[in-house]
Design a protein around this ligand. Structure first.
Ligand code: 6GU
Length: 225
């Protein structure tokens, strides 16, 4: 899978894909992440990417031409399954959307900045709009990093233990059970006995019941139909 991220703040995306699971997925050739600086497609000698809003009001609006030039340059190389605009008024991101996107081949994530992007891009070019939650970030970059991480870790081979994505919280609408490692006792705090006994079946049952209990207590909304 290939993800192209379009931004006016490419430095914000310097770190996130260089570590751990994502780094490995990229090294293994399972995933590609390409960051594009929209400024490179800016207008005039100042490489302008934004302008005043028609009708007035505070805040700049991202102009159509640089965004379209970048998108069309990419589309001339390959076909894209989705052109996604990262925006607080988009569809709320969740695990099932991550699963769905992880089945696609090539996607574009466009990061908004300033007061947003010229609405005509949303009407004519953007195919989907995603928000990562009900709060406002300074730009879509961190949200794009969140979506990229959630999607790429699901790709077959991204994780060492192929089954581990299936046991994540939310994959079955249940929170993950508690986990423990050595030592079995620390300051008198003991690891639950059942995890130490070696009865795999009993461990599975315990984990499932812990998942259900924790979900009832912490996120009862997940259990509603
Ligand atoms: Cl996708 N962008 C911005 N700027 N703020 C957000 C967001 C996206 N999702 C939640 N807040």
């Amino acid at each position: 899978m290939r993800i192209d991220i379009l931004t006016v703040q490419p430095k914000l995306l310097d770190g996130p894909f260089d570590h751990s699971i994502l780094k490995r997925a990229i090294q293994r050739g399972i995933a590609q992440v390409h960051i594009h600086d929209l400024r490179a497609f800016g207008l005039g000698k100042h490489k302008q990417v934004d302008d005043y809003a028609y009708g007035g009001g505070a805040g700049m609006v991202m102009r159509l031409e640089p965004m379209i030039a970048c998108i069309e340059a990419l589309q001339s190389e390959r076909k894209y399954d989705a052109i996604i605009y990262m925006t607080p008024d988009g569809e709320r991101f969740h695990q099932s959307l991550a699963n769905q996107i992880s089945l696609q081949e090539n996607i574009i994530l466009l990061c908004g900045h300033y007061k947003g992007i010229d609405h005509r891009l949303r009407e004519h070019i953007i195919t989907r709009e995603i928000s990562i939650g009900d709060y406002v970030l300074s730009g879509g970059e961190l949200a794009a990093a969140v979506v990229t991480d959630a999607v790429l870790r699901l790709l077959p081979g991204a994780m060492n233990d192929e089954t581990s994505a299936l046991s994540d919280s939310f994959q079955d609408n249940l929170l993950a059970p508690p986990v423990y490692t050595r030592p079995s006792e620390f300051r008198g705090w003991k690891v639950p006995e059942i995890l130490i006994g070696g009865d795999t079946r009993a461990v599975e049952e315990w984990r499932h019941s812990q998942s259900v209990e924790r979900t009832k207590k912490l996120r009862p909304d997940l259990l509603e139909p």
